[in-house]
Design a protein around this ligand. Structure first.
Ligand code: MG
Length: 327
């Protein structure tokens, strides 16, 4: 069987089963969440790794090198945010064609270092190898000082589903850059920032854990795709009301109806998607520095259903991003 027949998530399941045989008393979360977690001497330790591959994750030439560095690190830090943790160290592995300009590589590092400084993350190692295309692979080590971490597998029927911030602007940015669309300066800046310069929700992730949230994921592949991961890991279903999804206003203005699809399936917004009871959500709303919007609920069953205001199934949805599967 080819990997394209099995798909990214099928392949992850297969490899997780192979690697998951050994019992390890200190291991809290193994393969299959946003990061691995294990009990350290004084706190829970977290680790995650992610790759950014040219022509797979980013079309060649779409982003300046500095922004590429920022974004690649931000995507990784977002996985630590989704665990409610604090990122500390990064290991950066670069694959580069041998005609790559040194200035481009230092620009890439400048982007990573700028973001790292903002979040207290130091680059402490890595490696470099020659390759036909650019690939940036980053490993993040972090920790959670709290007893509580956020996982994908703790959602229960009856809980509400909520999201930080607003969605759709990153996918709008990708459309803008890919299709060379022209917008006014304000919209251009908004989409550029969302796609090239995302801010991982580190403080918000910690706040969720502090306030008693147990289930979260970051929105990297798309709202529906990432919520499906929570459903699968928690063995529940979810019902989303499309009208409640907070679409970034500028995306709504510039993309009209299409902005719904950008918000539901576009991905790369790096907002946090979480589930919790009403009381906990109310506490989070009061304490959070960003908008928190309830968009639906966890239900018994399987998979994500998207409904309109009347409760009828909505047909606006493409699922989201999965490697190897072409839709
Ligand atoms: Mg993630």
């Amino acid at each position: 069987m080819k990997v394209s027949e099995l798909g990214e998530f099928g392949l992850i399941d297969l490899l997780a089963e192979m690697a998951g045989g050994e019992k390890d008393e200190q291991l809290l979360i193994g393969i299959g969440d946003d990061a691995a977690a294990w009990q350290g001497d004084e706190s829970i330790q977290l680790a995650t790794v992610d790759s950014f591959i040219q022509d797979v994750h980013f079309p060649s030439g779409i982003a300046p090198w500095k922004e590429l560095g920022w974004k690649a690190l931000a995507a990784n830090l977002s996985d630590i945010a989704a665990m409610g943790g604090l990122p500390r160290y990064a290991l950066v592995s670069l694959a580069l064609p041998d005609n790559t300009e040194v200035d481009d590589v230092t620009a890439l590092y400048t982007g990573m270092l700028e973001l790292g400084r903002e979040y207290g993350v130091a680059i402490i190692g890595g490696d470099i190898s020659r390759a036909p295309i650019v690939a940036i692979t980053i490993t993040i080590l972090g920790s959670s000082q709290k007893k509580q971490i956020l996982t994908r597998s703790a959602a229960k029927p009856g809980e509400l589903v909520a999201v930080t911030g607003e969605l759709g602007a990153a996918a709008a940015g990708l459309e803008m850059l890919k299709l060379k669309l022209q917008f006014d300066p304000q919209a251009t800046a908004c989409f550029d920032r969302a796609f090239l310069h995302p801010y991982p929700r580190i403080a918000e992730g910690q706040l969720l854990a502090e306030q008693g949230v147990k289930t979260a994921i970051d929105i990297s592949d798309g709202l529906i795709a990432d919520l499906s991961q929570i459903c699968k890991a928690s063995q529940v279903g979810a019902r989303i009301e499309v009208d409640r999804v907070p679409i970034e206003p500028m995306a709504k203005v510039q993309f009209g109806e299409k902005s719904i699809e950008l918000a539901l399936s576009g991905g790369e917004d790096y907002e946090l998607l979480f589930a919790a009871g009403t009381e906990v959500i109310d506490k989070v709303k009061r304490a959070a520095p960003c908008p928190i919007t309830v968009i639906g609920e966890i239900v018994a069953g399987k998979g994500v259903t998207v409904v309109d205001r009347q409760g009828n199934p909505s047909n606006v949805v493409k699922r989201g991003w999965e490697h190897f599967i072409t839709r």
